[in-house]
Design a binder for this molecule. Structure first.
Ligand code: HEM
Length: 532
């Protein structure tokens, strides 16, 4: 049918073109190809892009929302601009300038709107929200198939419900001996070190807790002489290469395919960093698969956070996770807590060392429940120490969790936010960073001031405090994070006098937003056991 229709319209033209092409010599063919290619590039640059730009600026349904026009020229140009050496990780600060210029609603790309407004935030990030994670932007290859990238509400709910019991407050309480044993190991290691890269140390601590809990196989990151296992260094070094996945996702697909074809020895020669990360993900994958085999062999009483994902849930209508999904979640649960926890504890230590009066106050409070520097303590006890809790909140406020922007799709019915109608296809974004640094809520926001949390009514502060995000897709590891944060900080400060190492530079603490905050350099400290 289709071919007879084209015959009527085109006659034997296609046949003639084919014959003509077949009669051409190679050099003539090359000339034609160059001419056609040149004409296409010319019309793209001088016709298509300008016409599309004019449409986006004047006729697009979001044309009335203010924002920087250059962001509308091309999504690819914009991505490249924000991944150049000097701009990488600085998009958030670019947003800050745009909001100063244009107000609380800014159009940051043809179909992306960024809000800084707490009611807009609550509308998008409430429980039972209608705004799913953005299908266009949650596509990172490294988290493919994991819970983090699921955009469908129902599917995410099913996966979360299978994992959630292992992260409840009650489960974390049972986990306390494990957390405390890893903290003891971490603290003992500090005593024997000279200059300590404590930023890495905290990450190693988080890794050893979650790997032991997830699949009963501690990765022993704390055993590494300088808290520098190869995979941790590799993760750090890969942050410094341009994120090609963002500029051109097909390149990443190609690289994944390419590396899958090679054996590990060859990959190690081409890129030791890629090889170290593959070793790390293999280790996660092998560990979860071992658990799965044991579970199916009848060892259902073993410790693993994946037990429910190994089987169908007939009641809810969830199929057992595939091996790919299990592997992806195994990597996610380790990596999701590592940088966020590590960064928060790093900032807490940094600000406490920088503000001896604040640290002194915290130490006095800790001494009321830990008589001796090496005493153990329970999270339940620490929950009743208001100054410690205030220090933790202030550290989380500074660390932001994922500072943003976090993208969410407008539902199919469209949505009205701050009085502006957004058609389906629009992506909303908003960033925790702006709420945490709002000077009307947190006066002098860049001062580390735990006292601000000690007022009688903290409702307004809590309203603007969302380091774990909120709503349907709130951080699943929140209770575990609080447990680790309070036990690790309390025991560290009670046990050691900490000073900045001579090699430490203040500028190391400058950070950029690469989904999670990444500091320019590590926090380097020296420690001395307290005497009483
Ligand atoms: C200070 C510590 C932590 C902070 C500040 C934090 C923060 C966050 C934030 C902001 C999100 C939302 C990301 C998004 O919407 O794309 C998130 C998601 C998540 N976090 Fe955490 N996190 C922390 C620790 C942990 C730990 C220890 C785990 C351990 C398992 C964990 C597991 C997860 C997972 C699995 C998700 C994805 C949830 C989903 O997509 O439904 N996090 N976290």
């Amino acid at each position: 049918m289709a071919s007879s229709f084209s015959n009527i319209i085109l006659g034997d033209l296609p046949q003639q073109i084919l014959q003509r092409i077949q009669s051409l010599s190679t050099s003539e063919l090359l000339q034609y190809a160059l001419a056609v290619g040149g004409a296409s590039v010319f019309s793209c640059v001088f016709v298509y892009i300008p016409v599309r730009f004019i449409y986006r600026v004047y006729f697009h349904p979001l044309a009335n929302i203010p924002g920087p026009k250059f962001q509308l020229i091309s999504t690819y140009f914009s991505r490249i601009y924000w991944t150049t050496k000097e701009n990488k990780g600085r998009f958030l600060f670019g947003l800050e300038d745009w909001h100063k210029k244009y107000g609380p609603i800014v159009r940051t790309a043809p179909n992306i709107i960024h809000f800084v407004d707490i009611d807009a935030y609550n509308q998008i990030f409430k429980v039972a929200t209608k705004f799913p994670k953005s299908a266009e932007l949650y596509t990172n290859q490294t988290t493919q198939d994991s819970l983090l990238n699921i955009v469908d509400f129902h599917e995410a709910h099913l996966r979360r419900s299978a994992l959630q019991p292992y992260f409840s407050k009650q489960s974390v309480r049972k986990l306390e001996p494990l957390i405390n044993s890893k903290i003891s190991k971490f603290l003992d290691r500090l005593g024997g070190m000279e200059t300590i890269n404590i930023s890495r140390g905290f990450r190693c601590l988080a890794c050893d807790v979650i790997t032991t809990y997830s699949y009963e196989q501690c990765f022993e990151a704390l055993e590494d002489r300088n808290f520098s296992p190869d995979w941790l260094l590799a993760f750090e070094s890969l942050l410094d290469i341009p994120p090609i996945a963002e500029i051109c996702p097909p390149i990443m697909l190609f690289l994944t395919w390419f590396f899958e074809k090679l054996d590990r020895a060859t990959i190690r020669k081409i890129s030791p960093s890629v090889s170290a990360i593959l070793d790390f993900t293999d280790q996660c994958r092998a560990a979860v698969m071992r658990q799965k085999t044991r579970w199916h062999a009848g060892e259902t009483d073993m410790v693993t956070i994946f037990a429910q994902l190994f089987q169908d849930d007939l009641k809810r209508g969830r199929k057992a996770s595939t091996d790919k999904e299990l592997s992806a979640d195994a990597v996610l649960t380790v990596s999701a807590g590592m940088d966020t926890l590590g960064h928060t504890l790093t900032l807490a230590t940094y600000y406490l060392v920088k503000n001896p009066d604040v640290q002194g106050k915290l130490l006095s409070e800790l001494k009321t429940v830990m008589k001796h520097p090496k005493d153990d303590v329970s999270e339940e006890t620490l929950e009743h120490l208001p100054f410690l809790q205030a220090c933790l909140k202030e550290s989380l406020r500074f660390s932001h969790g994922a500072p943003g922007p976090l993208p969410r799709d407008v539902p199919e019915t469209g949505a009205t936010i701050m009085g502006v109608f957004l058609p389906p296809g629009t992506i909303t974004t908003t960033s925790q960073y702006f709420y945490h640094t709002n000077p009307d809520v947190f006066p002098d926001p860049l001062r580390f001031n735990p006292e601000r949390w000690l007022v009688e009514d903290t409702r307004e502060l809590e309203k603007y405090f969302m380091p774990f995000s909120r709503g349907t897709r709130i951080c699943i590891g929140l209770n575990l994070a609080w447990g680790e944060l309070s036990l690790a900080l309390a025991r560290l400060i009670r046990r050691y006098e900490i000073t900045f190492s001579d090699e430490f530079k203040e500028e190391n603490m400058q950070w950029k937003a690469m989904f999670v905050p990444i500091t320019k350099g590590p926090l380097l400290v020296t420690v001395k056991e307290r005497e009483g």
